[in-house]
Design a protein around this ligand. Structure first.
Ligand code: 6PG
Length: 248
């Protein structure tokens, strides 16, 4: 079965990207809870989603998400303690999780502070216990690096070809933070999601994003091309700069 083609939304600014993403998450959360009684979301790291997390924690959005029925997962993590400046968990905690009424037991952190392979095995078990072998997370947030990576699936690494594990812990020679041990959801697991929502902003990503969306398949060089939900939605919300539109 051919995976659905991506839905691409281009907005003038990162602020409007964050707002569109927040609106999408509100809708997806309430749809999921109405359908199944729960909503699962995997948060992405990096800098782009910070504005989205702050918006979701704001008066305008906080009460529109059923936090009591929401479960938080992570798409990837740097192998650092949870209070480290590079921790994706720390960024999400400070921008969102510490500001909304989500039960602590509903936040499933990747343990960056322990041995990567052990952390990956533990997270893989968490996902198996929660999702079994069927459909995965309701909504996975992802970003894309200038090099075309997504989550912590970096070009020309074992993460690109990993097909058995749902979570991988490995050493990335050229990560977004230099040489770095990482934990990441693998593409096959991400592709089991009901919805994948990419947030991509900034002119530095325009050329790579065009290659990803319009160029030949080259997933070793462009791991973002691996993300093709088997039956879920694939949505890109990008700003004008990332779409290669000249700023006025
Ligand atoms: C990470 C992220 C990573 C991120 C991209 C884009 O841990 O680095 O999960 O995949 O989404 O690098 O990062 P920016 O949003 O900072 O450009």
């Amino acid at each position: 079965m051919t995976p659905p083609s991506p839905h691409i939304q281009v907005l003038p600014s990162p602020a409007e990207v964050a707002r569109a993403a927040a609106d999408r998450i509100v809708a997806a959360a309430n749809e999921a809870v109405a359908l199944s009684g729960s909503f699962s979301i995997a948060l992405s790291g990096g800098s782009t989603p910070k504005a989205l997390y702050e918006l979701l924690a704001s008066d305008a959005y906080r009460d529109r998400i059923p936090w009591a029925d929401t479960e938080i997962f992570f798409g990837d993590e740097r192998c650092v303690p949870p209070d480290h400046k590079d921790s994706n968990y720390r960024m999400a905690r400070e921008a969102l999780l510490s500001k909304v009424p989500i039960p602590a037991t509903s936040v499933h952190r990747m343990k960056g502070e322990i041995e990567p392979a052990a952390a990956a095995r533990e997270y893989q078990q968490t996902l198996l216990d929660r999702f079994g072998v069927g459909p995965g997370i309701d909504l996975v947030l992802l970003g894309m690096g200038d090099d075309g990576h997504t989550a912590s699936i970096f070009p020309h690494t074992p993460a690109v070809t990993e097909s058995a594990a749902t979570v991988l812990g490995y050493f990335a020679e050229n990560s977004s933070t230099g040489k770095s041990w990482r934990i990441t959801l693998t593409a096959p697991f991400i592709n089991r999601s009901r919805e994948v929502l990419f947030l991509i902003c900034g002119g530095s990503k325009a050329a790579r994003l065009q290659e990803v969306l319009e160029g030949p398949q080259d997933p070793h060089r462009l791991p973002t091309q691996l993300i093709k939900p088997v039956s879920g939605k694939l949505i890109f919300v990008i700003d004008a700069a990332a779409a290669g539109m000249d700023s006025d």
